[in-house]
Every structure is written in C-alpha cells, then in structure tokens.
Design a binder for this molecule. Structure first.
Ligand code: PHE
Ligand code: ZN
Length: 858
C-alpha cells in the first residue's frame, strides 16, 4: 500500500478567515485516558464576510455535543469529516460550544495534548490545537483565551496555562480547578497547558519599568538544582531584550516547563514556554559547556519570541521565517554579547554550512519563504531558521545598526497584536530608510546558495587593485533560472603588517568591477569578512597565496575560514589516494596558527577543527564518504603529531577550578577537549591508555566526554570498553546524559553498532531525544558508515524510521532528511540509497514522511 503525498498548500491561495473569534473559553477536565474539552467561542462574521460557512479544523476528536446560542445541534446541522467541522448556515454573531473527548495517553505523535513522564503537556505549533478542540487553527485568527483546568489534586498539584492565574478551587472527588486568563490576543498555536507534579525553581525579574515578574522553571522531581542555569539565562535574556531592542515583558508571570518527550528544542507558548528537558537541565557534573551554551541560546530564543512571534505573529505558515529567522538572529546576537562575538559567528557559520548549505544543494532545497509546501511540520528547516537569520543579518549590515533599530521599533509599533507578512516587515524598513527592498526580498523567494567568484589584478604603476566580482545561484527544484541578489560583501586590503583598509560593497549585479588604491606593495584581498553574506566564495589562489592570506588576515572569522579552506583542499586531495600523506608545510601552517592563538583558547580550539564529511561532501560529485573520512583521519593524525608538544603541556596543566560555566573557562576547556580529540587521532600505540587516564581524571563532563569520544574513535579496544561501561554505570539513571553515551557510539560505529544500540533496554522509540541520539546522529554525523556502499547503514536507519513513523511522524520525517544527498554519492551507495528510498515510498508512511521521500526522489 502506498501513502499519497500530501496535497500542496500554496501561498497564492491565501484568503482571510471570514469570522472573528472574539473570545475563547476552554475548560479541560484532565484525565490521561479521556480528557473532556469544552470550548465556547464567541464568533462574529467579519464585515463583508458574505455568507461563508463556518469551518473549524479538528482531528482525532471524539465529538460529544455542539450548542449554538444554547441550542443543541443535530447531525443535520453540520458536516463532520476527519479534518473539519462545517456549519453551513450560521448567524452573523453567535456563541458556539463544543464538547469533545481526547486521549492524551494514546497521543504518541507529541502534537496536541499528551503525557510525558506522567504529566500533561501540549504542543500546538503548527497544527496541534486542532487535536485538542474544533477551532480555526491558523495563525491569523487571534483571540482572547480564558482557560479552566480541572485535575486530580494528587497527580496534578500544579496546573499551568498562558497568562495570569486565578485562585485554585476545590472541585470535589479529590480534584481541583484553576483558571488562567491571557490578556493578549493570540493564535491557537501559542496555547499551552501543563499539569502534574513538578519541582519548581523560582526567581523574580524586575523590568525596566519597575514591574516584578514571578519566574519559575518546572522540572522533574529532584531536578530543581539543575534548573539554575536556565533561570540565569532567562533573566539575562529579559535584560538583553530591554537593552538591545527596548522590549519589556508583558505579563506578571513567566513559566518554563521541562518535558522529556519533545519533538523539537522548545516552544514559545505565551507566558508558558515548554522545553525539551535537554535544554533546561544542566550542572557541573552532567553537562558539557556546549550544553550550557545551548541552554542559554534556546532560553533566549524562546523568550525573544514573546515580541517576535507572539505579540506580532505570522499571517500564515509561509511566513514562518518572519518569526524564526528574526528570532534566531536575535538569539545569535544575545549569545555573541554574552560570550565572544567572533567565536559565536564561527559557530553559527559552521551550523549554517553543515546543515543549510547541504539542504540548499539537494532535492529538499526551498526558499526561505517557500510559496508551496506539502507538510507543514517539514517546514521547520535550517533554511527557514538559519538562512532566515542570515538574511536579517544582511539587512542590518546594509542599512546599518541605527536604521535597523528604527525599523524594528516601527515594526513593533505598527504591527503589535497583528499577524503579518514579510512584506509588512520590509515596509517598515523601507519607511525608515527610504530604500526599496524589492530586490533584497529575492533572498526570500530564491533557493540555493549564491556563489561569488572573485578575481583580482594589480596595477603596480597606479598602485591600484582591480577586483572583479560575479555572482550566480545554482538551479534548485522548481527554480531553474536565478536572478542576482544583493550581496553585502565586507572587503579589506591587508598590508601584511596589520594594516587594514576595510569597506563594504553590495554586489547586486551579475558582475561588478571595483578598483581600490593601495599605498606600498601589492596588498592581499580579504573577502566576505565576518561572513557578511551566506554565500560560497570562489577564488583561484595557490596554496602559498592562501597561507599568506591567513597570516596577514586581521578578521578573526576569515582567519579561521582561511584555515578551513586550506584543510578542506588538503583533505579533498588526500581522498584521491588511500595512502597519500598530508603536506608538511600545510600541517605546519595550521599548527602554528593554533599555537599563535593560544591566548584565545576558544578560537584556537576552532582552528584545530577539520570540516566534517558532510561539508566535504558538497565539494565533490560523486562523493565518496569513506574516502573522505579516511583522508580526514590522516590529516588529523598529522596535525596531532605536529602539535604533540603543545598538546602534552596543555593537558598537563590542571583544568580551571572551581568550575564555572563562563565563556572564559569554557574556552579553556574547549581547547583541552580539542587536544584530547587530537591526541586520540595521533595513531600512537599508547593512545588508548593515555585517553583512559584522561577519562578517569576528567574533572568535568566536557573533558570526560571528549575522552570517551576519542576512545570510541579508536575502535574496539579494552580502554574504550572500560570507559563506556564506566560511563553507563555512572549515568544510567540520567536520560539526558545517557543520550550522550548512545550518541558517541552511533557517531563512530557501524550499522551493527546502531542495531546493537537500538536493542539496548534503554533505547526507547517513543522518546525523540533517544531516537535522535542513535539514528539521527548516525545518519548525520557518521557519514562514512551511514553511506556504506553495501547499504548496511541505510538498512539500520530504515528499520528505526519505519517503527518511529507509526508513532511519531514528525520525528521520522526529520530522520529521513538524512537521505537528501543521495544523488551526489558514488555509484554503489547511490544505488543502495535509491533502493531504500523506493522501498520507503512503497511502505505505508505518514504524510510527513511521504513528503520527504517523494521530494528526495523527485
Ligand atoms: N517554534 C519553536 C521554536 O523555534 C519550534 C517548534 C516548532 C517547536 C514546532 C515545536 C513544534 O522556538
Ligand atoms: Zn523559534
């Protein structure tokens, strides 16, 4: 049996909802097996709304009754399908009351109302609210929500929803009731409720106008101390949004709830942010610096949505980047302000290139604002988020920080309380700058990563450098021909002694020629400094020229990127022969860059990083992941040997104490962890013993995990087994830490490792974090094994996906995106991947998964 791929929704088909929902009263009688939901909607026809029927979305709801203005309706008064409830004939203003029954315990899709860790929680974005009650479940219908929750006192001492709580009342039969009133109009996707028994970590924040906000982070019993960092991050986020954007929090309470089973990172429900518990809980023993950093950034992200997403929301889901790209841009700047700006920029670019560039180069490529989609869950992509953020960054670069802030102020003022579009957003910037953003908006409608080619020639007599720039964007599915986009390029002439003549041009034509005067000898040209645009830069330079450029470079991003380019070229060359050895001069250049950066250990750590196979992949067609992986290992070994003295001295010094999650300390640990990784790659016969000693002595999770990962990379050996067994013994009661244990093995092993991990008693198909730590990590971070020419990697992942899909389509569909690069592969893996996708196409898959499979094959 074959599942039909979903019917495409088109941006061009948008039409406003013909009714206004003035108020919603929701009453929940919470019970894991049968929760009763009564919804009373105050509805009026919009002026000029004609005679349209009232259509409400609703899925998997057991309808008990409908009353219209108090009159019980019969089946002859409405039409009910699997997806909607239609009332053909309604007055201009009326009250509609529906009662439905739903089963949270049976909800494994984690969309709508479900149970996680024995507690009730909801996830409504994008279309989960329709699994709770009948409603126009679209973001442009904004309403006042009034919520009543009734539940068992013992099971649910705490009952939360959006807005402001009322008093708790006894409801008889061991039950109690609370009301929540949200004064801000909101779309249904921002509704949330959570109920259960939690430990609560509390604090307060005083806003810029002097209002005191009650803050609370709700976690599993016993976990409260591990919520301190999330709380600290929340308070810093609130302050940052006041300082940076002039935005104040707008309710008296702000709640965070940590949930074990969650499809994404977190969710910005009004006044009640729900988090994947992996992004709330952290302490010195159990969390790495990367975990602390991720928590800070996600807490910030969800909090910043209060203004960019909640107060002003999206007219329709095509505009998703309006809230996501902008909010990612905001959280990236928050992190940069909390830590090191250049280091943050490098990390953001690593993420963009690793995920978004790959997406843009394959069959799933789509514009930042697509004009059609099959399944809305599949629109939460790196392109919408990461490229969406880059576009905001380019806007800010082009108009400057002051105009950017003015435009944002106008946006908040003009559109507060509305559901708007990208056009509305840019109209604000057009109004404050007098500029026309028509061409700029091509960044939203054109998919694919633009490539900029740079050529230069030096006129010694005139002391002038001529720079020729040209741009082109490769074809992507459904978009063969591309138009030029405005590309802000930060350029500089470097004199080699630190002298920097920097300026910005906007390359908005297919080609452009610039000349720039220089005093003295021929300068070196630095291009796309700070990664000023999300493009690929093509330059015809020799290795010596590239090394000279790295040495002369004054922009930290480009210094790092110059090294990345050098090592990328070297790995690609090495991958052509299985025995080829790295070039000494290149290895020495990288090693000396690392040593020179010792004063900024976080930066030095990034310099030791070699591009992942997933990035190298994009440089080759056909790509041979196994050869790329082996070449990468050879270069890593050579780098390890070249740095061996530095590594030994660095690791002989003690790790900073007492432990703090600060950027300074994290930087020191990042370099120590990078050196532990390199040490493992050295090929030295005693590497296993050295790493096991480092594992045992590690005073924090960052270094302990680095040692365990390096040991795992050695392959089967006693030292590895000892470390893995010890780690499991120590952490078997902490699911978040155990995810790392699963991920480290999936990230290094073979298909057999995946099968073994999937058979482990603690592997849980219903827990997305656990499934991702095995199948997701294997398919996205262990490409040599995933793309094994015999197809074994695909089979291992296919088995998990098929089982996961039956329970949780959003999770399975996300795992399937790992197949997106299949057409680029060498012939054997390519044939195996195609056969797998065809098998999947004929399996009975969910709509979400069928959408990915059909586009991947497309
Ligand atoms: N809106 C969430 C965020 O980016 C992501 C999300 C989407 C979470 C859909 C759950 C479901 O912050
Ligand atoms: Zn978001």
């Amino acid at each position: 049996m074959r599942t039909e791929t979903p019917v495409a929704v088109k941006l061009a088909d948008y039409s406003p909802y013909p009714f206004e929902i003035e108020q919603v009263d929701l009453a929940f009688d919470l019970d894991p097996d049968a929760t009763k939901v009564s919804a009373t909607l105050k509805i009026s026809r919009k002026p000029g709304g004609g005679t349209a029927a009232l259509v409400l979305d609703g899925e998997a709801l057991d309808l008990k009754s409908i009353h219209l203005d108090g009159r019980l309706l019969g089946p002859e008064d409405y039409a009910l399908t699997e997806k909607a409830l239609t009332l053909p004939d309604v007055p201009d203003a009326f009250e509609l009351k529906t009662i439905v029954e739903i089963s949270p315990a049976k909800n494994t899709a984690l969309s709508g109302l479900y149970i996680s860790g024995g507690r009730f929680c909801t996830q409504c974005e994008s279309v989960g609210f329709r699994r709770i009650t009948f409603y126009p479940d679209r973001p442009d219908v904004m309403s006042r929500f009034f919520v009543t929750l009734t539940a068992d006192k013992a099971a649910c001492p705490i009952m939360l929803s959006n807005g402001t709580p009322g008093d708790v009342q006894d409801a008889g039969n061991g039950r109690h009731t609370i009301t929540w009133d949200d004064p801000h109009k909101k779309p249904s996707y921002l509704f949330a409720l959570c109920a259960g028994d939690y430990d609560v970590y509390r604090d307060t924040f005083t806003t810029m106008s002097g209002r005191e906000i009650a803050l609370a982070v709700h976690v599993d019993k016993g976990d409260a101390p591990r919520a301190a960092w999330a709380m600290d991050s929340l308070k810093r986020s609130m302050k940052w949004d006041e300082d940076t954007y002039g935005r104040e929090y707008d309710l008296g309470v702000f709640n965070i709830v940590a949930v074990r089973d969650f499809n994404f990172g977190a969710m910005e429900n009004k006044g009640l942010n729900v988090f994947n518990s992996a992004y709330v809980l952290a302490d010195e023993d159990s969390a790495t610096d990367a975990d602390f950093e991720a928590i800070e950034s996600i807490v910030g992200h969800e909090y910043f949505h209060n203004w960019t997403g909640n107060r002003i929301t999206c007219r329709d889901w095509f505009q998703l980047c309006l809230k996501e790209g902008l909010t990612v841009f905001r959280d990236q700047n928050f992190s940069a302000d909390m830590r090191s700006r250049p280091v943050q920029r490098i990390k953001d670019v690593i993420r963009l290139r690793g995920r978004q560039f790959a997406e843009d180069a394959g069959p799933l490529a789509h514009p930042v604002r697509p004009d059609t989609y099959g399944s809305i869950d599949n629109l939460y992509t790196a392109t919408v988020y990461e490229k969406g953020a880059e576009v905001i960054g380019m806007l800010r670069r082009i108009i400057g920080p002051e105009a950017y802030r003015k435009g944002m102020d106008l946006y908040f003022e003009r559109h507060d309380g509305q559901a708007v579009t990208i056009e509305d957003f840019y109209a604000c910037f057009a109004d404050v700058t007098g500029r026309d953003f028509t061409q700029f908006r091509r960044w939203y409608s054109q998919a694919g990563t633009p490539q900029v080619t740079v050529a230069e020639s030096w006129n010694a007599d005139a002391g002038e450098l001529t720079i020729q720039l040209s741009q082109s964007t490769p074809p992507t599915p459904g978009q063969k021909d591309k138009l030029p986009v405005p590309i802000p390029l930060e350029l500089a002439l470097l004199d080699g002694t630190g002298g920097t003549d920097a300026w910005t041009v906007v390359l908005d034509q297919p080609e452009m020629t610039l000349t720039r005067k220089a005093t003295g000898a021929r300068p070196l040209l630095s291009v796309n400094r700070d990664f000023s645009a999300p493009i690929r830069v093509e330059r015809d330079l020799t290795r010596d020229q590239r090394i000279a450029l790295v040495v002369a470079e004054t922009d930290p991003f480009n210094q790092w990127d110059g090294v990345q380019t050098l090592v990328t070229e070297e790995i690609l060359k090495l991958s052509e022969g299985s025995q080829a050895q790295p070039d000494d001069q290149l290895v020495d250049a990288v090693a000396s860059a690392v040593r020179k950066a010792a004063g900024d250990p976080a930066f030095a750590a990034l310099l030791t990083r070699l591009p992942e196979v997933g990035e190298l992949f994009l440089e080759r067609s056909p790509a041979e992941p196994v050869a790329l992986h082996s070449a990468r290992k050879r270069l890593q070994a050579a780098l390890s040997r070249a740095l061996s003295d530095t590594i030994t001295t660095t690791l002989a010094a003690p790790s900073p104490t007492p432990y703090e999650p600060s950027a300074e300390q994290a930087g020191i640990r990042a370099l120590r962890a990078a050196f532990i990784t390199l040490l493992g790659a050295s090929g030295a016969p005693d590497a296993g013993d050295t790493l096991l000693a480092l594992y045992n002595a590690a005073p924090n999770m960052t270094e302990r995990l680095a040692a365990m990962r390096a040991l795992t990379a050695l392959g089967t050996c006693q030292a590895r087994d000892t470390a893995l067994a010890d780690f499991e013994q120590r952490w078997k009661h902490n699911a978040i830490v155990m995810d790392k244990w699963f991920a480290v093995q999936a990230g290094q092993g073979t298909a057999a490792t995946v099968a073994e991990l999937a058979a482990h008693p603690d592997f849980d198909l219903k827990n997305p974090n656990r499934v991702r730590s095995v199948a997701g990590v294997f398919a996205s971070a262990n490409l040599a094994a995933f793309h094994a020419p015999d197809g074994s990697g695909y089979k291992a992942v296919e088995d998990i996906i098929l089982k996961a899909d039956a329970a949780n389509p959003a999770l399975a569909a996300r795992l399937l995106t790992a197949f997106e690069q299949w057409r680029r592969l060498e012939p054997k893996a390519r044939a195996a991947a195609e056969a797998t996708l065809k098998r999947l196409q004929n399996a009975k898959l969910s709509e979400n998964s069928a959408d990915i499979v059909s586009r991947a094959l497309g």
